[in-house]
Each structure stands twice: as C-alpha cells, then as structure tokens.
Design a protein around this ligand. Sequence first.
Ligand code: FAD
Length: 487
Amino acid sequence: MPAFTTTNPVIVWFRSTDLRLSDNPALHAAASLGVPVLPLFVLEEVAGDPRPLGGASRWWLHGSLERLAADCAALGSPLILRRGDPAAEIDALRRASGAATVLWNRRYSPIHTARDAAIKDGLKRDGVEARSFCAHLLAEPWTVQNKSGGPFKVFTPFWRNLSADLAPPAPLPVPERLIPPASAPASDRLADWGLLPTAPDWAGGLRAAWVPGETAARARLTAFLEGPVATYATDRDRPDMMGTARLSPHLAFGEISPRQIWHATRHSADAHPERQKGAESFLREIGWREFNHHLLHHAPHMLDQPLDDRFADFPWLSDADGLAAWRRGRTGYPIVDAGMRELWETGWMHNRVRMIAASFLVKDLLLPWQVGEQWFWDTLVDADPANNAGGWQWVAGCGADAAPFFRVFNPVLQGEKFDPEGDYVRRFVPELRHLPSRWIHKPWEAPADVLRRAGLRLGDHYPKPIIDHGLARNRALTLFAERKGQT
Ligand code: FAD
C-alpha cells in the first residue's frame, strides 16, 4: 500500500468490531500523520438491514462506547457519535470538517463487506482517500488457501496451514495523542440512543457478570494467562469451573485483537513451559474463530442456509411450546436448562453447554438450527455472525467439518461427565440445589424420598422432561441418516 500524507483532518471510522485504541491500525495510521484526527462511530441504521444488533449486544455496545469515548477524550480528540446511514454520516462529517481522508479497519460479514466496499468506492469517486486495514483477524479469509488455491472446508488442515508459519505483526501501541479538530463537530449523546434496556431493565445479570471495554479485556487476558491457561486443555470443557478465558464478547467487539492475544499467549508460554500445552489448545480455539470467518467469507449464505445442501429441505418441526421451554430453561434436562438460564442471566454460555443446548433444540426437538441461532444472536453478548452460524451448523451436522450427524449429545451423560458434582446446575437452576449429585442430572429417576428431602416436586417446582431423550434420539437418527443417504 503506497504511503500517503495529508494536511487536512482525518476521519477514523470505528465500528462495533474494533472498539479499542491499542493495536488499532486505522487509528495508528491517522495519528502518525500529525494532523487533526476525528474519531467517528456511526450507529448504523440502514433500511432492510437483515441483522440488526441483538438486545444483549446493544447493551454491550453502550458500555464499550462509553469507555472508548472516555479514552479518545483522554488522548485529546473526543469520539463523535452519529446514527443513520454510514455513507451519509461520513459524507456530512468530512464536508463539515474538511477531512480528505477516511480510515477504518475491515470487517467480514457479507452485508458489511458489501456496504464498506460501496462506501470506499463513493469516497474515491469524490476524490477522498479511503483506506482500510486488517485488525479483526490473524489472517484475512482470502489469504488462506488450500493446495489448489481454494478455500478450506475442514478445520484441521486449515489450522495446520495457518499456524505453520504464523507470525502476526507485533501489536501497535496506543497513540500518544490525537490532535483535535479546530472546532468540535456535532455529536449525538450516547444516552439518547436507547441501547440500554429500560422497561424492563433486564440487564442486571449482565452488569454483574461483565465490564465492557479495552481495559477490562486486557485484565481478563492477563488473569487467564496467569492462571487457567495452564490447565485449559482439560478444564475448557468444564462449565463448573472458570476454565476458559471469557474473552469472546471483548473479541467480538474488537476491544482486544487476536494479534494481542496471540503474542501475549506465546510470550506467556515461552516464559512458563508448564503453560505450553494449554496455550496451544487455547490458540487452536482462536483458530476456530478464524476458520468460521474463512467459511463465512467464502460461503456468505451460511448465515441462514445450511452449508451442506442435503439439509436444505430437512423436515424440521414447528413446536411453539418446545421452543418456549428451551428458551426459558424449562426442558426438564438440568444441564440444558442451566445453560439456557446462564445465557438469559449473563448473556453468555459455556461452550460445552452451548453444544449440548444446541443439540437438544436441533436433534431432540427437531427445531431448525436457524431458530436457535436467532435466539443466541439476540441474547449473547458475544453474538458474532461467523461463530454463531458456524457453531450452530456444526452441531446440527449440516456445516463444514460438522460433527457427524449421528452425534446426538446425551444431556444426562454430558452433565455427569462435565459437571460431575452438579455445581453448575445448582448455580443456575436453584430449585435443584438440594438434590444429591447422583440425581442432579436426572431428577426424574430420583426415588420419591430423595425428591421429598430435596423439597422438590417434579412437574411443579421443576418440569419433568418435555421429551424422552432416547426416543428423540432414534427419531433424529432416522431422519438424519436419510439426509446423508445412509439408511
Ligand atoms: P475460550 O475457550 O477461552 O476461547 C478463546 C476464544 O476463542 C473465544 O473467545 C472465541 O473467540 C474463540 N473460540 C473459542 N471456542 C470457539 C469455537 N468453538 N468456535 C469459534 N470460536 C471459538 N462464539 C462467539 O464468539 N460468538 C457466538 O455467537 C458463538 N455462538 C456459538 C453458538 C454455538 C451453538 C456454539 C456451539 C458455539 C458458539 N460460539 C460462539 C463459540 C464458543 O462457544 C465461544 O466462542 C466460547 O464459548 C467463548 O468463551 P471463551 O471466550 O471463554 O472461550
């Protein structure tokens, strides 16, 4: 990319995937020009947007912007907030400020790549310098290719290829200062955007669980690398432990970059060999994030259509009661219900439990994965188009490199294996808290006197299973086998 200079102000267009000052190539490039920098965030409201932010993401965005605004102001140039069509807002700001350059970091979901390309073309037509940078991924989706120059469809060779000689550039520092424009441009008030829920305010559990923003992201990474990373390879599957990094919302909103994570993890493992195994396993999961973005770039339809087109006309059921029970965490299967309640309460769910809960919706209830994907989209603070669709399709068995169709998660065995004492279930399903561990994942099998001593009336305090898992499993296997031509 040829170097460029300007004596005019520069607009840095922040988006909801790069809300940070450190390792921010667009901001860094702008600050090094030595001219006024206008940091801009546009709450995008474009007619026909198929995927507006979900409720939990809106809550997160508010907190993240609050912190970014404080950080920009501390560097010297306050964040400018606008809402509407980003093309029109950028245009208005550059005309008002005399900016002749607009910089941003690239995003990768299909609707956004198309929108950004159109904006770049429009700016260039108007003689404005428009440049974009890589900041959200270790490697951009089109740079990783298989031997025949095509995209990968299976994770292991993808990761082998990408990680073989991966040497991401060192993270960029926070600019020392941002020169403000001569006069402050108009800005909306964040509070007027209504991103926070009010009537009712359902965000109490989110506030208790999370602190959005770059500083909190860095603190989480540090805490993870000083503790859980050493045992991550084994503990990452245990929802009853704090065995994973819980960085996903920070990554989704770009409060921390994968490059920062990669370098900090490598550095930590080099200095402490006992962390090596966990570090490898952790970076492999960061690799799954890269893989899902790779898939989405090459198959944009995966957002709402199966990657395996044999599933295009799968005879999904429609079951409003079953769906409501799943959403509310009242299926009668404790590990599924704990997960769905964790999601509702905190905006996050442990990965192992995401797989179990998703499998239950798709394979036990035979409801379309897209319905689950939409619920997650609305309720997850880490909702990410590539990872969410990728995760759902993997569980449903219709994705690239999907779990085999005959893998139907058994909610009892999974609970007993990964939450052996039932601590996770007791935390999120308090009506089961007095049940002994032996019965916590299958209360319907507990003898009457055990239930009585636990103060539990099934079907009253807590539901009986809404479906028999064994029968549901056989029904799913028959249907899935037909799809795969394996009957
Ligand atoms: P860690 O285990 O500490 O991993 C570190 C980071 O690696 C994560 O923050 C995440 O960015 C990435 N990562 C970890 N596991 C996966 C994975 N299986 N696939 C892709 N990336 C991964 N993740 C999202 O970020 N957003 C989503 O909307 C999302 N939806 C999902 C839906 C389903 C049905 C399933 C099965 C998984 C989904 N995941 C999603 C992936 C995964 O569950 C979360 O990334 C993980 O639980 C986040 O917790 P963590 O930060 O503690 O992860």
